[in-house]
Write a protein that binds this ligand. Structure first.
Ligand code: FAD
Length: 398
């Protein structure tokens, strides 16, 4: 059995308690300007939280992971996780902007110096938004290597044809990171070969070979489907080497999972706080409902599970920041955090009784939002398949 813990250097400690307190306080103070009424209104209109994202951008937090030489603040991943956790724990929704933090990782790790100098400073300042990530397709789903969007080289351009689905924030992004097949499946030795990553300039491409259509969803996630018809992408927008894009994308997924795990913890804490407050104040049969163990125990269990998930997310971030193998920890953190959040969401809903269904309490909105984490950016089963195969050494199941 492989054990990532054995890779943790002695000097890497898994922090406990309220780490990065100044960042937490500063994020809380930004979020205080965006109360529940702001989010409720956006949810009803399926609108994008532009002013909130603008405020977060101005604070510089979305450039947290970009090195200082490219205009970012070069913070560790754990600090970025804390930022997103606090956003959600304040009742705001980090997913509107979280991708601006981590999608650039592929460019940072695998782009040319010229590409990095051209894009990263503007991404760090927020002048350019790179927060759309086109991987999932209607027919391939979780089986990424079977995706069908093709990018064929014609001189200095790649012609892109195909379709993506669930490309979130594409209508609120200047650039999109696109994964497309550049060599047909039957010409490559392994399915994961022959896929390439491109930076697509959405401003130039829209209605010029690319069309974006919003998808109506259970939650306000600004997600879309994207159609490509002979879209011309300049060859200079290819990131890294042609055919190696799958590996580049995988590289970025650990960071995404760790950050999403912390978002889950943040949402879970908000939901729990709401549940506990209501349990203490709502009186039925002449006493607070929170006096009943049937109300207390689900809240207490959710708290315990959130604490455990938080510890796992911290460990995964510590491994990542120490540049140690962290795929198992990142996946497990995301799995546990998504379930702990859901437990908290269910407990908050049940505690609120009928009032849980009233929009003005905001619990139903956060409950809906908490459900996504078990499906995206990777579904629970696919994490379990990863753990089975890569951690436990069981046969590959797919
Ligand atoms: C709101 C939202 C936002 C999203 N944003 C983005 C985005 O910005 N960019 C992007 O590229 N994608 C995005 N996604 C897509 C998301 O990553 C996928 O929905 C997710 O990976 C699952 O893929 P699928 O929906 O095709 O499900 P499928 O792959 O069809 O799977 C359906 C179910 O079957 C299970 N399953 C499939 N194969 C196996 C197996 N071998 N063993 C066990 N169980 C299996 C899955 O776990 C799942 O429960 C988003 C999705 C949503 C809903």
């Amino acid at each position: 059995m492989k054990n990532e813990e054995s890779h943790i250097d002695n000097d890497v400690t898994v922090a406990v308690g309220r780490d990065f307190p100044e960042i937490r306080d500063a994020v809380r103070s930004i979020c205080a300007d965006f109360p529940a009424t702001y989010w409720r209104d956006l949810d009803e209109r399926s609108a994008y939280p532009s002013t909130f994202v603008e405020a977060l951008t101005k604070s510089g937090y979305l450039g947290a992971l970009i090195p200082q030489e490219y205009g970012g603040s070069a913070l560790p991943l754990r600090a970025a996780a804390v930022i997103l956790e606090e956003v959600n724990a304040s009742g705001c929704t980090a997913s509107a902007a979280h991708a601006q933090m981590y999608i650039m990782g592929t460019l940072l790790r695998h782009g040319s110096e010229q590409q990095k100098r051209r894009y990263l400073p503007d991404i760090a300042s927020g002048k350019l938004r790179l927060q759309a990530f086109g991987v999932t397709e209607p027919t391939s789903g979780s089986d990424t290597s079977s995706l069908r969007t093709r990018a064929e080289r014609h001189g200095n351009v790649f012609l892109v044809n195909g379709q993506k689905v669930w490309t979130s924030r594409a209508l609120h992004s200047d650039l999109m990171l696109l994964l497309a097949r550049t060599s047909p499946l039957d010409t490559v030795a392994r399915r994961t070969e022959g896929l390439s990553v491109f930076l697509v300039d959405l401003r130039a491409a829209t209605d010029n070979g690319l069309q974006v259509r919003p998808i109506k969803t259970l939650i306000n996630h600004n997600t879309t489907e994207i159609f490509f018809e002979n879209l011309e992408v300049p060859a200079e927008n290819l990131i890294g080497r042609e055919g190696e894009g799958f590996r580049y994308i995988l590289d970025g997924m650990n960071a995404e999972r760790i950050l999403v795990a912390s978002e889950c913890v943040g949402d879970g804490r908000w939901l729990l706080e709401k549940g506990v407050a209501y349990a203490n104040t709502r009186s039925v049969f002449g006493r607070p409902i929170g006096q009943n163990q049937g109300i207390q125990f689900p809240l207490a269990r959710a708290h315990a599970e959130l604490e455990a998930a938080d510890m796992m997310a911290r460990r995964a971030a510590a491994l990542f920041d120490a540049q140690q193998p962290c795929a198992a920890a990142a996946n497990i953190a995301k799995l546990l955090a998504s379930e702990a959040t859901w437990r908290a969401a269910e407990a908050a809903m049940q505690t609120h009784g009928g009032f849980a269904f009233a929009r003005e309490y905001d619990v139903e909105r956060k409950w809906r939002e908490a459900r996504i984490y078990q499906t995206a950016p990777i579904s629970t089963n696919l994490i379990l398949a990863f753990v089975s195969q890569h951690v436990l050494g069981l046969p590959r199941s797919y």
